[in-house]
Ligand binder design. Structure first.
Ligand code: NAP
Length: 302
């Protein structure tokens, strides 16, 4: 198949492109810069064809989907910066990709969503992804939607952050109550479901949770990371009200002075307090994945 991938330069996208190529698919990717190191890596290592564009700008998508059989739409952000708001990147971005697919006659559309999305969600990340799902569901396209919990693997933004922090800090922070739960899933398993869905008629019109076998709180996740890398570190609880204040400050400082998205947001704090439990059984049965326990999975690369 000829597959078009958005968000291919990211952590999950690179793994999906790699698996697409291993499965014999041809890949064209949407990139914002043709010269970034990640774009060049996709072209040189995986033979991906680059199409320069931005999901926020429908004009730049024109002509990119000629000859394409299926589209995997991964673009997403966890922290806002300038015009890159959740509503724009997730909702308008998906609307633009769906329209580009319909215009180009690309029927198969696979969407990256997230565990916990729902219309009544408090977090805007979740609400904007729900709106994106609704656009895809009502598009008339042959869609599949995946909703992963937090994804880990070589190059992730989550486990690696705390592993790095543990090098210099004697304690690791637990923001809020520490009672919210996550079901971390390995990036290779997520990619396998995306790639597998392309040839799976049963996946059309379906939405799948993707999560690992463990339901873990942040204190347990941090303890596990430290145990796997063999460092003894304490944990310090930062009460929610104080954490909100600190994060609000980061959200001001990072965009204004560093022109970067804040490393932690109030939206993330909301999500960290939630206890959404996903059911990965349908995805495991259809795509043949067997996600490992978190401890074993992170030991593969830490
Ligand atoms: N990682 C997780 O734990 C997790 C869990 C659940 C769901 N997800 C979802 O999975 C998707 C991928 O996550 P990730 O961790 O791989 O994120 P990532 O590493 O930050 O990658 C994000 C990708 O989106 C691209 N992008 C952002 N804004 C864009 C725009 N306006 N136009 C075109 N491309 C744009 C980035 O391109 P540049 O290289 O140009 O920046 C990059 O390729 C996201 O939708 C995320 O919400 C992730």
């Amino acid at each position: 198949m000829n597959v078009f991938v958005t968000g291919a330069t990211g952590f999950v996208g690179t793994e999906i492109v790699q698996q697409l190529r291993q499965s014999g698919h041809s890949v064209r990717v949407l990139v914002r810069s043709l010269n970034s190191s990640s774009s060049r890596l996709l072209a040189s290592t995986y033979g991906a064809e680059l199409h320069r564009g931005n999901v926020l700008d429908a004009v730049t998508l024109k002509g990119g989907l000629g000859g394409i059989d299926a589209l995997i739409h991964l673009v997403g952000i966890i922290s806002e910066l300038g015009e890159n708001t959740f509503e724009k990147v997730h909702t308008l971005g998906t609307e633009n990709m769906v329209k580009a697919s319909c215009d180009a006659g690309v029927k198969r559309f696979v969407l990256m969503s997230a565990l916990g999305v729902r219309p009544s969600a408090v977090a805007r990340y979740h609400r904007s992804k729900w709106a994106a799902e609704e656009i895809v569901r009502s598009s008339g396209l042959d869609f599949t939607i995946f909703r992963p919990s937090i994804i880990y693997g070589r190059g992730d933004h989550f486990v690696n952050l705390f592993a790095r922090m543990s090098r210099w800090s004697p304690v690791l922070p637990v923001m809020g109550s520490g009672q919210g739960t996550l079901q971390p899933i390995r990036v290779e398993d997520v990619a396998r479901c995306f790639v597998g869905s392309l040839h799976e008629p049963l996946a059309i019109g379906q939405t799948y949770d993707l999560c690992g076998p463990d339901v873990l709180t942040m204190p347990v996740i941090l303890k596990t990371i430290c145990e796997v890398i063999g460092r003894k570190r304490g944990q310090v609880r930062i009460p929610l009200a104080l954490a909100r204040g600190q994060v609000a400050l980061l959200e001001l400082i990072f965009p204004a002075f560093l022109r970067k998205a804040s490393p932690l947001t109030r939206d993330q704090l909301i999500m960290l307090e939630e206890k959404t439990i996903g059911n990965c059984d349908p995805a495991k049965a259809l795509f043949g994945i067997a996600p490992p326990h978190f401890r074993d999975g992170i030991a593969e690369y830490l």
